[in-house]
Design a protein around this ligand. Structure first.
Ligand code: FEO
Length: 405
C-alpha cells in the first residue's frame, strides 16, 4: 500500500502483513501492520522502521516521497524485531543519518547490529529535537512494551507516535479509526484492541495507568495517536486512551468463560451442565476447548470475561498438557481483577483440579473453591452437582463484578 499522509508533511510509510498468523506464538487471525512514519521537514526524519521482511515495501514508499539518502534522523522508539530489524537496510541507504533511541534501546540495538559506524544519540524523557518547522519530544515508556520503549510526540501537529502502545494486530486497507469503523465495525476494532492488550500488555496495567497520568499531567495536547501496529486514532484518540485506562483498572464483561480440555470426553461432558447453570443465573457464558483453539484466543476471552472456570482431566496425577500450557502462559501475563474456579474428571488419584487451584491462587486470582470433580464419567447426580456449581459460580461472579461497576 502506498504512503498515506496523516498530517501536513507527515506520512505513514509502513507495510501491511496480510499473511502472518503466528506472531511469536501469539495467533494473529487478522494479520498485522508495521507502521512507520516519515516527516518531510528541513531535516527529513523517519520515525521507526519495519520488520526486515518488509524493508523493500517501506523503502519503496519512502522513495516515492524523497530520496532515502536525504534522511537525516531516524527515531527508533522500540527495538523489537517487528520494528527495528529493517534499520540495517535503511542505514545502507542513509549512512549519515543519526539514530535517536533510549539508552536501553542503544544497548539492545548493539546486540542485533554492528553499530560501530552509526551515529547513535541517546535520548530520555523531556529531550527535544528540532528538525526545522517541527519539534520532536521524546517520552520514555519502559515496559510498554520492552524496557527500551519510548514514544515520540510531534509538537506542532499534536501527534503522538506510540510504537506498540494503543496498537492492534489487524491487517486492513483502512489506515484510520474512522475508516476502519466504516469498513468493519467499532465492535471489531474494540475486540482487536482487547486481544492485543490481553496478549501483550496485560502485565503492565499499572505502568500504563501511570504513564497515561504522566502524559495528561504534562499538558501535551494530543489530537492523533499513531501506533506502530494497526489503525491510527484520528477521529477520537481519547477513545483508545480511555479503553486502556478501563482495562488497566480491571474492566471486564459480566461473562464466564469455561476453558477446558478433555481426554475421553468426561471433562467435556461436565461443561454442559456447568454452562447451563451459569446461563440460568442470567450470566453470559462461553465455552472454549483448548485443543480446538489457540492459547492466545483463550487468553483474549479470559481477559474479556470477569469469571473463568478451568477444566482438566487428571493425567499422571496432574494437569492435561494443554491446560498446563494455558496456565503457564496466563501466569506470565499476571492477570488481575478476575475470578476463577476449577473442575475435571479423574480415574483414581486425581490431582488436576488441585493443581489448577494452586496455579490460579499463585497468580492472585480470586478463587471459588473447591470446584467440582467426578470419577471417570459424570453420572446423573454428578451433572446436577455441575449445574449447581455453575449457578453458584455465576452468583459469585455477579457479586464480584459489582465491585467494579
Ligand atoms: Fe510490536 Fe514489542 O513489538
Amino acid at each position: 500500500m502506498k504512503a498515506v499522509q496523516i498530517k501536513p508533511d507527515i506520512y505513514w510509510v509502513g507495510a501491511i502483513d496480510w499473511a502472518i498468523r503466528d506472531f511469536h506464538g501469539y495467533v494473529t487471525p487478522n494479520g498485522t501492520t508495521y507502521n512507520n512514519y516519515l516527516i518531510l521537514d528541513e531535516q527529513v526524519t523517519l520515525l521507526d522502521t519495519v520488520k526486515r521482511d518488509f524493508s523493500e515495501v517501506t523503502i519503496a514508499n519512502i522513495k516515492n516521497l524523497v530520496d532515502p539518502s536525504r534522511i537525516r534522523n531516524i527515531v527508533i522508539n522500540h527495538i523489537e524485531n517487528d520494528h527495528a530489524t529493517g534499520i540495517g537496510d535503511i542505514m545502507h541507504l542513509a549512512p549519515d543519518a543519526s539514530i535517536y533511541i533510549t539508552d536501553m534501546g542503544k544497548k539492545g540495538l548493539e546486540r542485533f547490529f554492528d553499530t560501530s559506524k552509526w551515529d547513535i544519540r541517546v535520548v530520555k524523557t523531556g529531550d527535544t529535537l528540532s528538525i526545522g518547522k517541527k519539534t520532536l519530544f521524546f517520552l520514555e515508556t519502559p515496559m510498554i512494551h520492552w524496557p527500551d520503549s519510548m514514544m515520540t510526540y510531534v509538537k506542532e501537529d499534536k501527534l503522538l507516535v506510540s510504537q506498540d502502545g494503543f496498537g492492534q494486530h489487524y491487517a486492513s486497507a483502512a489506515r484510520f479509526d474512522d475508516e476502519f469503523i466504516t469498513c468493519y465495525s467499532a465492535a471489531e476494532l474494540e475486540d482487536s484492541v482487547r486481544d492485543y492488550y490481553a496478549n501483550i500488555l496485560m502485565p503492565f496495567g499499572t505502568l500504563i495507568k501511570n504513564k497515561i497520568a504522566e502524559i495528561q499531567k504534562s499538558g501535551l495536547e494530543i489530537d492523533m495517536i499513531a501506533p506502530d501496529h494497526g489503525i491510527i486514532w484520528r477521529k477520537d484518540p481519547s477513545k483508545i486512551v480511555n479503553m486502556y485506562l478501563d482495562m488497566a483498572n480491571g474492566k471486564a464483561d459480566l461473562r464466564v468463560v469455561i476453558i477446558y480440555d478433555t481426554m475421553w470426553h468426561s471433562t467435556e461432558e461436565m461443561t454442559v451442565p456447568i454452562m447451563q447453570g451459569i446461563k440460568d443465573e442470567g450470566v453470559d457464558v462461553k465455552v472454549i476447548k483448548l485443543r480446538a483453539n489457540p492459547i492466545s484466543y483463550a487468553v483474549k476471552e479470559f481477559w474479556k470475561a470477569r469469571g473463568c472456570i478451568i477444566g482438566s482431566p487428571t493425567l499422571n496425577n496432574t494437569l492435561f498438557p494443554t491446560v498446563a500450557a494455558f496456565l503457564s502462559y496466563l501466569k506470565g501475563l499476571r492477570p488481575k481483577n478476575r475470578m476463577a474456579a476449577a473442575f475435571g474428571s479423574y480415574g483414581w488419584g486425581g490431582g488436576a483440579v488441585k493443581d489448577i487451584y494452586e496455579e490460579i491462587r499463585k497468580m492472585g486470582i480470586e478463587t471459588v473453591e473447591p470446584g467440582v470433580q467426578v470419577v471417570y464419567k459424570p453420572s446423573g447426580e454428578d451433572r446436577k452437582k455441575c449445574y449447581e456449581f455453575g449457578r453458584e459460580f455465576a452468583n459469585r461472579v455477579k457479586a464480584y463484578h459489582a465491585k467494579f461497576e
